[in-house]
Design a protein around this ligand. Structure first.
Ligand SMILES: Cc1cc2nc3c(=O)[nH]c(=O)nc-3n(C[C@H](O)[C@H](O)[C@H](O)COP(=O)(O)OP(=O)(O)OC[C@H]3O[C@@H](n4cnc5c(N)ncnc54)[C@H](O)[C@@H]3O)c2cc1C
Ligand code: SF4
Ligand code: SF4
Length: 664
């Protein structure tokens, strides 16, 4: 049928006054009725309502319409609904054209209703002209792989992996360090309930290790991600531990003979570890790892002249193998969940508070390790200058947080973490320790948090509403600072043996690499951006990629766990249908016109075009429809016009432009 013989219906929406208060829809109706092929024009208050949808279906049938133009709000609103209406009326849903009379007309031209009305008429003319050339299309349906790759084995990654595994999915949990557990595994107690952190976390870590649906890939990192939602291919680098996981018993004999001593990152550098090490007793997996940057054998051995090798001699299990090489494994998955967590603020960036200068100025993370029985002091809180239990401890809040010079955002966990530390000092070390907390505002939002704050007040902790600008060390090694309390309007001099800086959470250094690899956006604060902070908090704008935990922003364990569970259930929903339905708005190649020049391959940002060998030196472009996002770059770049984007063909776009310009 020629495009001129179409039977077109136009539906003008008042949008509850949003459009009709500024656009004269009766005038639009009169103008549109005169256009050839328009056999029905109707106005309604809300075409998106269900009675109105019923009316569209009636008109399609009564007037035997073969094209529908809806003049209403933005295409982003109600498009699936209108397409379904067409489908139910027996019309292919891609024979629908939308004209935006709200965002592009009534809302932006409120002061010029006459011009706004004329603009709607012009746009509707363009829409009708384009509609004549629309063709029937069918969605692309792909089977999905039900496996999931979870990146990051902190509490968020652990909980999400377990949820998914119990839901029947094969999970590849990829953790870059030698053990899972993340930051929570370093805590002795967690606020506000003061649960023993390892009592609640380590059983779940063990569950991850033994779950038949979870493949745990520690000491591993993502190298490359290809494919698309439902069918990703993920290349994972398995760094060599130089210890055979199947043989190592975790006895730690090797660590007793290794002569190398380097700062122990697990204890925030407060003590030393050997070059072969197991980060902490409950590590999962409990397998030794040789740190190749520091191992004498790996650094200095020459062929036939091995250096050191003491660990090999002592290992009864014969688990140490210096011949191990990096290994790349490739897995397939329908969805990827990022739970790569966060880093802590570097307190050295605020030198006036004395961190890095005075040994008895420590960070809240160092305090966590100190008070942990597995930590560098065996759980004793000491003044590192004297080695004695401190008599006065002062906490300084908001270090690096809520400050335009560093991080403008609130770290959300600093206040409650210091309250926890104050309780631990008073209740577990000595009630006689004088504890000061210098704060900006005490932000204790959450279930049971306010009660926790009151409990700390009742313990006699002294709260000063103000922050010191400088911490100084006195000749005897103790610390002193002045602080103005804005509540009592008094300047105090605080003398303390130990100062603890409450540092907040910042984006992990890996975030940039991961965002690039997975084409994810980041916010002003550097953390990952969710698809919609309120309505789609664990999805991203890249389909099939989900996020949870503190890689999205500072959060406590409760929130990281809730997000992990939300992400797991969202992923299960996404994979449940077993197939993914994709819009057919993709590039199409006319092989007769393709010269094989490869321009399209070079411009496609999604690697969706490959060249196919047709023999005798002829190559033609081939579009992988599941990867193609219909961006149109190839179609616009092809020098022989061999590529068109379905639903946005040159013919359709030219007709629309001509339609708009009639009379100009
Ligand atoms: C001093 C302090 C005290 C705190 N106390 C409490 C408390 O008492 N209660 C509470 O609720 N919250 C507390 N928190 C907050 C708590 O630390 C976080 O809520 C929690 O750690 C968030 O977990 P996560 O899984 O999002 O991230 P993380 O714990 O940071 O885990 C992320 C994991 O991802 C891994 N990873 C990173 N990059 C990659 C990569 N590229 N590839 C693979 N793996 C990667 C990391 O190695 C890590 O194992 C405290 C925080 C601080 C700083
Ligand atoms: S490598 Fe050998 S010595 Fe070291 S923990 Fe494993 S089994 Fe024990
Ligand atoms: S070879 Fe020597 S330096 Fe290297 S891990 Fe073994 S004991 Fe340590």
């Amino acid at each position: 049928m020629p495009a001129s013989a179409r039977r077109i219906g136009v539906f003008l929406c008042k949008c509850g006054g949003n459009i009709s208060d500024f656009v004269d829809l009766e005038e639009v109706k009169k103008a549109v009725e005169k256009i050839d092929g328009v056999v029905a024009v109707e106005v309604d208050e809300h075409w998106c309502s269900s009675p109105a949808g019923k009316r569209i279906k009636e008109v399609i049938k009564e007037k035997n319409l073969d094209r529908v133009v809806i003049v209403a709000c933005t295409l982003n609103m109600h498009q699936p609904h209108f397409m379904e209406v067409l489908q139910e009326a027996g019309l292919n849903p891609y024979l629908l054209e939308r004209v935006n009379a709200r965002e592009q007309c009534s809302w932006v031209h409120k002061d010029n209703p006459k011009e706004a009305t004329q603009k709607v008429i012009d746009l509707v003319r363009g829409g009708i002209a384009r509609a004549r050339y629309l063709s029937e299309l069918s969605p692309i349906v792909e089977k999905v792989n039900k496996n999931v790759v979870v990146v990051g084995g902190g509490v968020a990654g652990i909980i999400a992996s377990l949820e998914l595994a119990y839901g029947g999915h094969r999970v590849y949990l990829v953790e870059k360090s030698p053990t899972i557990g993340g930051r929570m595994a370093k805590f002795s107690k967690v606020f506000p309930s003061l649960d023993c952190a390892s009592c609640i976390l380590t059983p779940r870590m063990a569950e991850v290790e033994s779950h038949k649906n979870i493949t745990l890939l520690t000491y591993s990192e993502i190298l490359e991600v290809s494919g698309s939602a439902g069918n990703f291919k993920v290349k994972i680098l398995r760094k060599p531990r130089y210890v055979d996981a199947a043989l190592c018993t975790g006895c730690r004999d090797c660590t007793t003979v290794c002569p190398v001593k380097v700062p122990n990152e697990w204890n925030m550098g407060m003590d030393k570890r050997t070059a072969i090490y197991i980060p902490f007793p409950e590590a999962v997996p409990r397998i030794a790892t040789v740190d190749e940057a520091n191992c004498l054998y790996l650094k200095y051995s020459k062929p036939g002249k091995p250096v050191c090798g003491k660990c090999v001699e002592v290992c009864k299990a014969k688990a140490i193998n210096f011949e191990m090489k990096p290994e790349v494994v490739e897995v397939e998955a329908g969805a990827i969940l990022l739970t790569i967590g966060s880093e802590v603020f570097d307190a050295k960036k605020v030198p006036q508070l004395g961190y890095g200068l005075y040994k008895n100025v420590i960070t809240s993370m160092e305090f966590e390790r100190m008070i942990n029985s597995d930590g560098p002091t065996g759980g004793k809180v000491i003044n590192p200058v004297t080695g004695e239990t401190p008599k006065v401890v002062a906490f300084i809040q908001c270090v690096g947080s809520r400050d335009e010079k560093y991080n403008p955002y609130c770290c959300r966990i600093g206040c409650t973490a210091s309250l926890k530390h104050a309780v631990l000092l008073k209740e577990y070390v000595s009630k006689d320790i004088d504890v000061y907390i210098c704060y900006n505002d005490m932000r204790t939002v959450g279930k049971g948090f306010e009660e926790f704050y009151r409990r700390v007040r009742d313990l006699g902790v002294k709260f000063i509403r103000g922050l010191p600008s400088e911490v100084k060390q006195k000749p005897d090694g103790s610390l002193t600072f002045n602080v103005f309390d804005t509540t009592t309007e008094t300047l105090y001099e605080v003398n303390a043996d130990l100062v603890v800086l409450a540092i907040g959470l910042t984006p992990t250094p890996d975030i940039e690499k991961m965002a690039k690899l997975l084409k994810l956006s980041r916010g002003h604060d550097g953390f990952l951006l969710e698809a919609h902070e309120k309505l789609r908090p664990v999805e991203t704008l890249t389909e099939g990629i989900f996020v949870a935990g503190s890689c999205l922003g500072p959060m406590d364990i409760h929130d990281a766990t809730s997000e992990a569970m939300a992400a797991a259930s969202k992923i299960m929903g996404f994979l449940a249908a077993g197939e993914i339905v994709k819009e057919p708005i993709v590039a199409k190649v006319n092989e007769d016109l393709c010269s094989g020049c490869r321009v399209c391959v070079s411009v496609c940002p999604f690697d969706a075009i490959k060249m196919e060998d047709r023999g005798e030196g002829k190559f033609v472009a081939k579009v992988e429809e599941v990867l193609c996002k219909g961006c149109g770059l190839c179609a616009a770049s092809c020098p022989t016009a061999a590529i068109t984007t379905q639903h946005f063909t040159d013919e359709q776009i030219r007709a629309q432009v001509r339609g708009i310009l009639v009379g100009v």
